[in-house]
Design a protein around this ligand. Structure first.
Ligand code: MCN
Length: 794
């Protein structure tokens, strides 16, 4: 591939629409349709209760209400629990909820009844008229209560333990026992949520004439929605279309498993014969979508005088919320990717996944890695502090070296495959980071600031990220007779800039103008086979599939053009959509090649450089080979043998106010390696977004439950997000490009990298400023202040 655009900072084509308010989200759809109905959901006010009676008799009297459903109205597959999307053999006690609670509720927010009415106001009023009798049960809130197990979330799950999983390479406990130095650490991360700008939303329309269901969903996985809707509603898959319009952020929470509303809305559209819409409001998003992050970790580490890891034993407890629709993916990622760029040869990890009467946990950007990075990097800092060594030196001692790739830790991932890092150069990344943040000059800066009575600290954190997970993604490239190129890939976009990055790949691979490429994502009518956008996989998976499909289209274009131009394919080149014979003025544009690919048998007229149609009965040689399919198209799928490992390192300099304990960011630096960059501006945008989200996770955001399982901060009045005033306006970024050998473009993913090391890097910098250990994140000024008092007492 000649790389004219690949690797360059092409401005995002989608931003014109977004910035002008012209984005089209689920809630913008069918607004002019007078037949459109609206749904609202009655949600449990209790964290744990048995439902003894539901009285909906007052509801159907309300003018404008067309349906009110409870569990008893659901039949066949809809009356079964929702699917457990990713089962795992160790998840011995997996549990999923019903689309509408059957006889028990297990978190505040769980769906109990579904009302459809002419508008949302009427639907909400009707919801408030439903009367439910509950037998209140004591809830289990938080990891400590779940472990105490003096009450259970699910009666048939002993100890509230959904799963216990253990992996070991070498003999960690023996290595620690024999090590010259040992340390133990207790490390906590609290529950948070990803809070996209747009909440979940679904619209469905049923066409009785064709028995066809169309669903528009704000989802990360349109094919997943399609499969679940078809299976649960008993429909032929071929009769269900799922279209994903613009999505105002997903960050993990919009991966379909499916959500109750994603099934109930289509069911209502079919039953009532009118289109139905549900749009989640912000409070519903907090109490009835998904959270993540909450884990408690116990670490034992053994190391030598150089800080070399000899044995690492990590036990942790994962708060899974009330159900496990996503299996064990989050704690498995923590347990397997915790080691980051280091090579402890003796590593034992064991976790318990615990049920609590709180909102379910599904992957949130980073998905278990922020917790793992926090554990590993806090451990590195603790070793450095213990030995009195520079923190970068201890890390360097333990890095996997560039000549050790592919590197196998001996750990097994969710899919049962060995975890193998494909490429990287961690020592080079660290050198870049030190230069970027001014690591070696920091002590001088600290002294200058101290002279002014100011307190500063510096921290760093390193991570790896398995990206581009399979099994596959596909692409269909179609060159139109106008010369425009239409490309469909099945995964969805939530703001990552796919239209731009993918068009760059097509433009370079095919040799067409960037402006002539149109990318469609997340429409099962155009590409019914796809997996979805999560795990930083789109660039690797769809990027590779698009490249391969473009190559196929290119091959065909060259074959037809060679025949038309009476030249050899090897002598042809394609630039700006024109195929020409190198060194001559003979040429044909791709639009004309597309015409020639038509089986109506056109011929190419050199003089006019146009395709002319044979008249009936004309003799002549058809330019399309007999065994060619009509149309100038290429279709291909990409399926990698395993994930590719991106990596990176962040450093931050913070100032902590000696009086108020306010934490201010003075400098933030990132060195990132996602292999070959398709579009550095997009990757940097992804990193900026991730860092902003990470600043929130480290310093501001957390889900606060009381003992009764009520979420106390289920609004943006109470859930504190960083504003532009809290996020660093400048983030210094440097890239390292160690290509992945696993895909044709040498790409690794980038979409989650910004958020992974945040908790670790801020803890390190605050600890460095304050001089006492930071072991729990997030941390607020009042918590920092309390720690100061505690440590002053000792
Ligand atoms: N890219 C690139 N060169 C690379 C790698 C990536 O130019 N070597 C570009 C890609 O072309 C793409 C973007 O960077 O435009 C992110 O690519 P990738 O890492 O493949 O991630 P995905 O596109 O699969 O997006 C998923 C990832 C995840 S898992 C979460 S969570 C997340 C994230 O992306 N959610 C987001 N970034 C988000 N950004 C926005 N605006 N909204 C979300 O919901």
């Amino acid at each position: 591939m000649t790389t004219k655009l690949f690797g360059t900072k092409v401005a995002r084509v989608e931003d014109q629409r977004f910035l002008r308010g012209q984005g089209r989200y689920v809630d913008d759809l069918l607004t002019d349709d007078p037949r459109l109905l609206h749904a609202a959901v009655l949600r449990s006010p209790h964290a744990h209760a048995r439902i003894t009676d539901i009285d909906v008799s007052d509801v159907l009297d309300v003018e404008g209400v067309l349906a009110v459903w409870t569990y008893d109205d659901l039949v066949d597959a809809m009356a079964e629990p929702l699917p457990l999307l990713i089962p795992h053999p160790t998840l011995t006690h997996g549990r999923t909820q019903y689309a509408l609670a059957k006889d028990e509720v297990n978190y505040v927010g769980e769906a109990i009844a579904f009302v459809v009415a002419v508008d949302r106001y009427v639907a909400e009023d009707a919801v408030s008229r439903i009367r439910v009798d509950y037998d209140y049960l004591e809830p289990v809130v938080g990891i400590a209560a779940a472990r105490a197990a003096d009450r259970l979330v699910h009666d048939d799950v002993p100890g509230n333990i959904g799963a216990r999983m253990e992996q070991e390479t070498g003999d960690a406990r023996a290595a620690i026992a024999d090590a010259p130095h040992t340390l133990t650490l207790e490390l906590d991360i609290e529950r948070s949520a990803c809070t996209p700008m747009e909440g979940r939303g679904t619209v469905a329309r049923w066409d009785p004439d064709t028995s066809r269901l169309t669903v528009w969903s704000s989802t990360q996985t349109s094919t997943g929605v399609r499969g679940c809707v078809a299976a649960k509603l008993g429909l032929d898959l071929a009769k269900v279309d799922v279209i994903t319009p613009d999505v105002g952020g997903g960050f993990g929470v919009k991966i379909n498993h499916p959500w109750p509303e994603e099934l109930l809305v289509p069911l209502a559209a079919m039953t009532l014969g009118r289109p139905v819409k549900f749009t989640e409001d912000r409070r519903e998003h907090f109490i009835s979508s998904a959270h993540e992050r909450a884990q408690v970790h116990h670490v034992e580490v053994g190391f030598d005088d150089d800080g070399r890891l000899l044995g690492l034993n990590v036990e942790f407890w994962h708060d899974h919320g009330a159900y496990t629709p996503y299996g064990l993916i989050v704690p498995i990622i923590t347990s397997t990717q915790l080691l980051g760029p280091y090579k402890p040869l003796n590593y034992r990890v064991v976790f318990e996944s615990l049920y609590t009467n709180t909102v379910i946990v599904t992957p949130y950007r980073g998905a278990g890695r922020p917790q793992g990075c926090f554990v590993m990097e806090r451990t590195m800092d603790a070793i450095a502090a213990y030995l009195g060594k520079d923190r970068t030196e201890v890390r360097g001692t333990n890095f996997i070296q560039p000549d050790e790739f592919p590197y196998e830790h001996g750990l097994v991932f969710q899919d049962g495959r060995e975890l193998t890092y494909d490429s990287g150069d961690y020592p080079a990344s660290l050198e870049k980071l030190k230069a970027l943040v001014g690591w070696d000059e920091f002590e001088q800066f600290r002294a200058e600031m101290a002279a002014q009575g100011r307190r500063v600290g510096i921290g760093l954190a390193c991570y790896v990220e398995g990206t581009g997970v399979g099994p596959y993604e596909g692409a269909h490239v179609h060159i139109e007779t106008s010369g425009k190129v239409k490309v469909a890939t099945g995964l969805t976009s939530q703001g990552q800039g796919h239209q731009t990055a993918f068009a760059q790949i097509v433009a370079d691979t095919l040799g067409v103008r960037f402006e002539d490429v149109e990318i469609t994502t997340g429409d099962t009518r155009k590409m019914p086979y796809a997996v979805g956008t999560f795990a930083s996989r789109a660039a690797v998976m769809s990027g590779s599939a698009i490249h391969l499909a473009s190559l196929r289209a290119r091959e065909k274009a060259l074959r037809i053009a060679a025949e038309a131009l009476e030249a050899s394919e090897e002598d042809l080149e394609i630039n700006d959509g024109v195929v020409s014979v190198r060194g001559t003025d003979a040429s044909i544009d791709l639009g004309t090649v597309a015409v020639l690919s038509n089986p109506l048998r056109y011929a190419f007229d050199e003089a006019s450089k146009a395709a002319t149609q044979f008249s009936v009965g004309d003799p002549g040689k058809p330019p399309v080979a007999e065994d060619d399919e009509p149309g100038l198209e290429g279709k291909d799928f990409y399926s990698p043998e395993r994930s590719t490992f991106a990596n990176g390192m962040h450093a931050v300099i913070v100032e902590t106010d000696p009086d108020t304990a306010e934490i201010t960011i003075l400098k933030y630096a990132v060195v990132h390696d996602c292999g070959h960059l398709i579009n550095p501006m997009i990757v940097e945008g992804q990193i900026h977004g991730g860092v902003a989200q990470g600043v929130g996770g480290a310093l501001y955001e957390r889900m606060v439950y009381d003992e009764a399982g009520q979420l106390l901060n289920a609004s943006f009045m109470d859930f504190l997000m960083p504003y532009v005033t809290e996020v660093p306006t400048t983030i210094d970024i440097d890239h390292l490009e160690t290509p992945s050998p696993l895909n044709p473009l040498g790409i690794k993913g980038a979409g989650e990298a910004g958020v992974i090391p945040s908790a670790a890097v801020f803890a390190a910098a605050i600890e460095d400023a304050e001089g006492f250990p930071i072991t729990a994140m997030p941390i607020s000024p009042s918590e920092l202040f309390a720690l100061r008092l505690e440590h002053a007492d000792h």
